[in-house]
Design a protein around this ligand. Structure first.
Ligand code: NAP
Length: 315
């Protein structure tokens, strides 16, 4: 007979892994499905300085590795698959993946969010060829090169600081003249001698033949455009884009309630509008998207899923 899991979790980031831990520890058969690399955004974050207890220079990948081990220790299964469709009308929910179809008594949607693109000419063509959305993954390629970081939030400024360990110069390109990042993060960046700022500016176009060779900036105050060309000896430079994230909630469109941007609307117990379907982490409407709030959501969702299953299947 086809296996019916108690809980299937979509997403293997901190929210999904915390949900998996709590679900498996509650002796529910638990499957975590991740389409990409386990850990979500945190897996590509070098320093996790604000997760309580994460001192001694814990990195994103090391934190994720411990979360994964802990989940598995309690019996949660973790598999790689991309869910294409969900059917939630019946008591047993069905998740159709690229590799298999899964059945569950309850679903926890923790799909996270993916990097927002600039949407300028050349960006897509040159992604992985000088344009990057992950400093941890690609910083090393730019050792002793110049790098531009687009954005003014926590991600942009923190990743810019990380990039200074590799690049000879890092310029933060921000569309306003004030950063959005937390003051404590800003202070460190302003003190960093390798970081420069290009205020009131955006990128209009990225150019290059198979590799980034030039970029056109626009000053939003004066309207002036300037082209920056790679140093002749270098031949290229890096453009790291950190302009926010979009929730990865498309497969639930028309099924789960969302806000205008696509974030799931839940109550404090992570309940969505569909009984037996919970949501956790960055995919949810919330005021603070951090590892600490993601794991909290995951734990609450799993406990609520247990109550739901008890009430609907075991009475
Ligand atoms: P964010 O806070 O949404 O910031 C996005 C930045 O990109 C903003 O400065 C925004 O400009 C700029 N931007 C947006 N669209 C743009 C466009 N099309 N062109 C140019 N610039 C654009 O995103 P984030 O920095 O990735 O952070 C996401 C969440 O994760 C936040 O809640 C953040 O606090 C959290 N986070 C926390 C930490 C930490 O605490 N250590 C680290 C990383 C992320 P404006 O300022 O003008 O809107």
């Amino acid at each position: 007979m086809e296996k019916i899991y108690d809980v299937v979790i979509i997403g293997g980031g901190p929210a999904g892994l915390a949900a998996g831990l709590y679900s498996a520890r509650a002796k529910m058969s638990t499957l975590i499905l991740e389409k990409d690399k386990t850990g979500g955004q945190i897996a590509s974050t070098e320093e996790v300085a604000n997760y309580p207890g994460s001192i001694e220079h814990a990195t994103g990948p090391s934190l994720v590795a411990r979360m994964v081990d802990q989940c598995k220790e309690f019996g949660a299964a973790i598999e790689k698959d991309t869910i294409k469709e969900v059917q939630v009308n019946d008591k047993i929910k069905v998740l159709v993946g690229e590799k298999a179809t899964y059945k569950a008594r309850a679903i926890i949607a923790a799909p996270g969010a993916s990097p927002r693109l600039l949407g300028v000419p050349g960006e897509k063509e040159l992604t992985g060829k000088g344009v990057s959305y992950c400093a941890t993954c690609d910083a090393d390629f730019f050792t002793d090169f110049e790098v531009f970081v687009v954005g003014g939030g926590d991600s942009a400024v923190e990743e810019a600081m990380f990039l200074t360990r590799f690049a000879r110069k890092v310029t933060i390109v921000h569309r306003r003249e004030e950063l959005k990042a937390a003051k404590s993060i800003q202070e460190k960046a302003f003190k960093n001698p390798k970081i420069d700022f290009m205020w009131n500016s955006t990128i209009e176009e990225i150019k290059g033949d198979g590799i980034v060779e030039a970029v056109t900036f626009k000053n939003l105050v004066t309207g002036e455009t300037t082209e920056y060309k790679a140093d002749e000896e270098d031949g290229t430079f890096g453009i790291f884009v950190f302009v926010g994230y979009n929730p990865q909630t498309e497969i639930f469109k028309g099924i789960l309630d969302m806000d205008a941007v696509g974030y799931f609307i839940t109550d404090d117990n992570m309940k969505t509008n569909v009984p037996g379907v919970f949501a956790a982490g960055d995919c949810r409407v919330k005021t603070l998207r951090q590892v600490v709030t993601a794991v909290s959501d995951g734990a609450i969702a799993a406990v609520q899923a247990e109550k739901y299953i008890d009430h609907n299947f075991h009475e």
